[in-house]
Ligand binder design. Structure first.
Ligand SMILES: CC(C)(COP(=O)(O)OP(=O)(O)OC[C@H]1O[C@@H](n2cnc3c(N)ncnc32)[C@H](O)[C@@H]1OP(=O)(O)O)[C@@H](O)C(=O)NCCC(=O)NCCS
Length: 184
């Protein structure tokens, strides 16, 4: 594990076709995908291209490539799923390769949540997190999120189901908890 990065070295940008190889790498990274609610058995280059093309479009979801200062390729992505929902969008995040646990996820998720509240006018952002995903829970807890309830058997992997937790955040709690990140 390397040392933590400063918030200013992490930024978001929209996806471009040049990101297909990076996308292909993330979804074939077994360590990265094993803590997701759902894991694809295979993820081909064609699927990576289709994923990237849809990420470029402005639909009901928004996906952002995460950049770390000094690297050429994005190191992962964040997503807001279902921006049209009254209940608020769902946050997604995945950091690839050697970049997990180095302080990228917290600022990247914070920048994404700030977009949900600021740019898209959401009143709440929520997330479904596998009960064993300690890194994901630690990051959202540090950004003012609260545990709401357990969703029994909500995730499934190789015929085995597991519990997930529903977490959510509202603007005052988020901005208080993320004050150290100087998001404005
Ligand atoms: C979840 C994820 C996005 C977080 O991003 P990240 O860059 O690794 O997060 P950070 O480095 O900013 O913070 C991770 C925190 O979790 C903590 N953590 C990691 N593993 C932990 C564990 N097993 N138990 C307790 N805390 C843990 C770290 O100590 C760190 O907290 P700290 O900064 O206070 O030390 C990233 O780990 C990831 O992509 N995981 C794979 C995909 C995934 O699970 N996505 C979320 C699906 S719900």
């Amino acid at each position: 594990m390397g040392s933590h990065l400063s918030r200013s070295s992490v930024s978001l940008r929209r996806f471009a076709l040049g990101d297909i190889a990076a996308v292909h790498g993330w979804f074939n990274d077994k360590e990265a995908t094993k803590t997701l609610v759902g894991q694809r058995k295979t993820f081909s280059e064609e699927e990576a291209e289709a994923w990237t093309r849809s990420a470029i479009e402005d639909g009901e979801d928004r996906k952002y490539a995460i950049l770390v200062e000094g690297t050429d390729e994005p190191v992962g992505f964040t997503a807001l799923y279902g921006l049209e929902r009254d209940s608020g969008p769902e946050l997604g995040a995945l950091i690839g390769g050697d970049w997990r646990n180095r302080g990228v996820g917290r600022p990247a998720e914070a920048l994404t949540i700030a977009k949900a509240f600021g740019e898209f006018g959401a009143h709440r952002v929520y997330g479904e997190i596998p009960v064993f995903n300690e890194a994901a829970k630690s990051v959202v807890a540090s950004l003012g999120w609260r545990y709401e309830k357990t969703l029994p058997g909500h995730g499934k992997r190789d015929q085995e189901s597991f519990n997930c937790e529903l977490w959510s955040v509202v603007p005052p709690d988020f901005y208080a908890a993320a004050a150290d990140l100087a998001l404005d």
